[in-house]
Each structure stands twice: as C-alpha cells, then as structure tokens.
Design a protein around this ligand. Sequence first.
Ligand code: PEP
Length: 251
Amino acid sequence: MRKPYICGNWKLNKTIAEAVDFVNTLKGEIAGINDVEVGIGAPFTCLSALSDACKGTNIASGAEDCYWEESGAFTGEVAPSMIKDAGCSFVIIGHSERRQFFGETNETVNKKVKAALAAGLQAIVCVGEMLEERKAGKANDVVKDHIVGGLEGLSAEQMKNVVIAYEPVWAIGTGETATPAQAQEIHAFARSVLKDMFGEVVAEATRIQYGGSVKPDNVKELMACADVDGALVGGAALKPDSFAALVKFKA
Ligand code: PEP
C-alpha cells in the first residue's frame, strides 16, 4: 500500500518569517493526519527555520534543488549534506523549471539523485513532457527518457527513498490540469518503466506524484486514480488553507 504524499514546492517565494507563519497555521489544520505524508519544499534561505518550525509536526521540510558535490570550489551551490544539516529530509530534483531555465539534464539529475540519497535525503525526481512533445505524441518517450536517465544506476534499496513526480510542463502554473485519465495513463506507463528497470516489487512500492495546477477542487479526482500516489504542488501550496485542503483530500 503506497502512502499518499502531498508536497508543496514554494519555488522563489517566502521569507523566513512567512515560512514559519505558514507552518504555524498549517500544523493546526492538519494535526493528527498520519495516513498522508506531507512535505514542503522551500528556498534554501528558509530551510533551517522551516525545519525548526516543523519539529514535532507531521510536516517534512525539503529543498528545491541541490548540487552533487559535497564541498569545494562550486560557488553558489548547496550540498545534500548541508540540506540535511538544515534539518530537511528531502530534496526536489529535476523540476522542469530547472531543466528549462538552468540547464538541468538527465545526467545532472542522476548525479544529484545519487548524492541526495548518499546524504540520507529522500529524492523527489520530476519528469514530464512539454506541450509540443505531447502534441507530437512523444509524452511517453520523454517520461521514459527522464526516468531512465534520472534513475540510472540506482539499486532497488536506494529506490525506497525515491519518489517520482510526473509534471506535464504544460500544466505547471497554467491552471490547465491533466485530466485524471491523462494522468493515470502516464502514471501507469511510468510504473511500467520502473518495473522494467527495477522489477515489480520496486515499481509497486514507488510513489508517483502528479503535479500541474493541482487545486482543492481537482485533487480528489486525481488522487482517485489507481497510479496517482500524491501531488507536487506549486501555486496551491502557497496558502495554508488551500494546502491544508489538499492534504485533507480524503475528507
Ligand atoms: C510545481 O511547481 O511543481 C507545480 C506543479 O506548480 P503548480 O501547482 O502551480 O502548477
């Protein structure tokens, strides 16, 4: 049984004070919910304070990116062990905005995933096609390429700490959501790719989140899909009330 996982991705938003306020409001709204995993991915500057605010709650804190080296002359980069040191338990890797604007490739995603796992962090690995790729009938090919390239060389044991986020780029921040049928089709395909790579046990155990304009009014139908195990959420994760509504999707 895969535990549903609702995770926010704040992107380039929130000061330290805003992050702490958010958690202080959210924790009351979702107290006692233990059958859903909850995480918040936040800017590096917030992480330590966010992690402190999350202590003793059912909310995990995480980063939105990391580097693959542990230390050295890499100005501006942040190592997975530093993210762990800030109290975080996970890191989002390979978000489409990093692929589009910051030159992220399958190769760098793969290095980052390995480094994150080695540091004891859970890795949320984002995959998904652009609109032109979907229109050209290449959505499956792109998703397969991202999964195979991003997870290459991992063991079944390491996969216990990996979550996939399927995020069709055309649905991110656009208000346009994949229909439940579209999401289910790709999620089932992604699981078949995992099966080919790691076998059935790993494929069945790995959570695959959907991301792309998930909102309180569409979360239930998406979460009802057999292979949708959670959501990675941008816009609707910026306000405690809408994020809480997502976490309470079963209500
Ligand atoms: C995201 O940033 O991963 C995302 C899915 O954003 P939004 O929910 O705003 O579409």
